[in-house]
Design a protein around this ligand. Structure first.
Ligand SMILES: Cc1ncc(COP(=O)(O)O)c(C=O)c1O
Ligand SMILES: [Zn+2]
Length: 407
């Protein structure tokens, strides 16, 4: 399994024993997992593995003992080569990383699965999360399998399906009357005071390790070639950072050749785009959005925890940040479903809309290799499409009447 050397501060590089801690006591910077890599890892090692989940990369995941893995068979999702969307956008090579088909229907099965496994490994008695919707179910499902109590803190106005789904896995759902940032503050204090492993707060160093498998899988599925562009939907920014970390690790151990030409696109919804705003005004500081207002509820994080690190990644990797309006998001959802047969929730619509916008404005090279991350399933937020689709024709079961409709 992964051999953790330490937790290292992202700011001052101070190292800590890998315990239940997440912030540097000297500078309050976030902590990341640092590994001792095994010698001589080859591409063939992974290619030969039968494990068709993200745990196939277990040497790079922070769990000491395989018996502590809590798996619901997430990951190794399709990297779908686009045929129709690429034709419509006149792109030479576009792939959709379809992470909407994970067991709880979003990419959050990756970070939640790793964090809950680690919680089991360090003997925590309960887990939980602050959620914009998808993490709730991902954490709850893994907690159910681990037989741990699970506490969800989320805004009360989430999509009803996301609340029902988390409740169905047996979680305690605390619906906070406020924004995600309010729910996050409550979860943070409760987690620390009661010793609950809040996967995206006090377990964050381990949590983000799950999302980096979105880089490993794409690299392996592309035969270890690094794409030119990655289009990534952004809320807190944790996933974008983790994907960058994933590609860097692959480079460090020699499984991919070079990541220096990678270009990162951060996609946010117009009604909650603090990172895009900072990027466009050339600021190194993020000004939180107090009241997010967007149909992309899963990206409605006004004060993104990893926002400044996304800005750094954009500088490092020739990046661009761009937003999409509600109408553009809906158009993005429908464009993807009608061209590629993939039905995504608004977060995926944001990715597709931003991809289209940047291609059409000439900021993405049409000849490049592009991977667009689609991270959540359309069935979770059908209300985003209310009033946007034609009404079905209702008829008596009469062939003659129906033939007047089908011309
Ligand atoms: C479907 C989906 N995509 C993207 C994101 C953004 O992830 P992050 O908060 O790590 O930036 C989220 C966050 O909840 C999400 O649910
Ligand atoms: Zn520090």
């Amino acid at each position: 399994m992964g051999i953790i050397q330490s937790l290292i501060c992202r700011e001052c590089k101070k190292e800590y024993k890998p315990q239940f801690r997440y912030i540097c006591e000297d500078c309050f910077g976030p902590l990341d997992v640092k590994y001792i890599y095994p010698n001589n890892i080859k591409r063939e090692l992974f290619e030969s593995r039968k494990e068709k989940t993200y745990w196939r990369y277990f040497e790079f995941l922070p769990i000491r003992d395989k018996n502590n893995i809590v798996s619901i068979n997430s990951g190794f999702t399709p990297l779908q080569k686009s045929t129709n969307l690429s034709k419509d956008l006149r792109l030479k090579s576009l792939y959709i990383k379809n992470d909407s088909v994970n067991p709880t229907f979003s990419f959050k099965d990756r970070p939640a699965g790793v964090a809950v496994s680690r919680a089991k490994e360090i003997n925590l008695k309960a887990v939980g999360c602050a959620s914009t919707g998808n993490l709730a179910s991902a954490t709850a499902a893994h907690a159910a399998v681990a037989r741990l109590p699970c506490y969800i803190f989320a805004p009360a106005d989430l999509e009803p399906v996301k609340i029902s789904q988390a409740l169905a896995y047996g979680a305690e759902f605390v619906a906070v009357e406020g924004t995600y940032d309010d729910a996050n503050r409550v979860a943070s204090v409760i987690g620390d005071s009661k010793g609950i492993g809040i996967v995206n707060i006090n377990m964050r160093p381990y949590y983000v390790e799950g999302s980096k498998t979105l880089a490993y899988e794409v690299a392996e599925q592309l035969n270890w070639q690094v794409p030119d562009y990655l289009v990534i939907p952004v809320g807190s920014g944790a996933m974008l950072n983790a994907i960058c970390k994933g590609f860097e690790e692959l480079c460090e151990i020699g499984l991919v050749n070079d990541v220096s030409n990678l270009k990162i696109i951060a996609a946010q919804p117009h009604g909650c785009s603090p990172i895009v705003d900072a990027f466009k005004s050339n600021s190194n500081e993020i000004f939180p959005v107090e009241k997010p207002n967007t149909i992309a509820k899963s990206l409605a994080i006004g004060d993104p925890g990893d926002g400044i690190y996304v800005l750094k990644r954009l500088k490092q990797y020739h990046g661009i940040a761009e937003s999409a309006t509600n109408q553009e998001i809906v158009n993005g959802i429908l464009k993807l479903s009608k061209t590629e047969g993939i039905f995504t929730e608004p977060a995926g619509g944001v990715s597709v809309a931003v991809l289209q916008k940047l291609v059409e404005s000439g900021k993405i090279d049409r000849d490049a290799n592009i991977v667009c991350y689609v991270t959540g399933n359309g069935l979770k937020s059908t209300e985003a499409l209310v009033g946007m689709l034609p009404k079905p024709s209702t008829v008596k079961p009469d062939v003659q009447m129906v033939s007047t409709i089908i011309r």
